[in-house]
Write a protein that binds this ligand. Sequence first.
Ligand SMILES: [Zn+2]
Length: 308
Amino acid sequence: MTLSAATGSSPGDTRIARWPDGRTAAFQLQFDDNAPTQMERAIPELVRRGMAGTIYVNPANEPWKTREDLWLHPAPGIEYANHTYSHVGATSFAQLDDELTRCGEVIARCYPERPWPRLLSFGQPGGVPWTVTPEEVDRALVRHHLINRPPFKGYPFQFQGGLEEILALVDTALASGGMEYYVFHGVGGDWHSTPWEWFIALLDKLDAHRSEIWITDPVSCHQYETERDSASLAVRAGDGAFRISLSCPRDPRFYNLPLTLQTAAPPGWRQARVRQGAKTRLASVRDGWITYAAIPGGEEIAIGPEEF
Ligand SMILES: [Zn+2]
């Protein structure tokens, strides 16, 4: 059997990368309550660096209403998530349903070019009455296509150890190969504030590991993980090319994020041509692997030599 330069693999062996572009880990920057310092300082800094950030919005609160002209037009790379319309809590299913509906309607208006409904992240508001049952919450989340975020994690509620403890999140993500996240309220001001210097230090550390860490939003992360863990692959070889089908059992209306695939190249290949449907591109071969993006449930993927 021919061996590929990809360690322990035969040409055509194909796997789904744990994270996009073969990165090692994922990281999410989350911001609650659309606090003024997020709009004034944090978002411009994220945009300047081309980093993703997710704002858990309350369109009925004062900070939103006083700068609605700005909030209604999210900057590139900035995602909004449902933190309920008015951050008053929920004491009945009807109230929860109404709060989620109204927040979702505003978010939909902020991204008029995107289909609706679509998946959004959900963060439960803290410090307010919340007497709905877990079953009622689950039912509401399904109804509104909301993905519950993991437990709140941010200063000053956690990270009493200060900046070092926050920066260690990046190391934890890299060591585990998993996802880590940090939740801000105010950034250098407002309530439950994380000092501005800490925010910058975290961004600097993420920047330094940019090639290893996928800095993303909760929905993209959820889509990638769900598709990755449920997709199946079939590879056929012949005529000097590989044909790969990638299928995913999840609803393609909500799970349509491209997955990163890696196919072991035959010896001597330095580049490969990758085609899916009408799309064709050249992919370089690194450590014996051809790395490329493919849409699950889409047309068959064909991989051949450069001239293919
Ligand atoms: Zn909140």
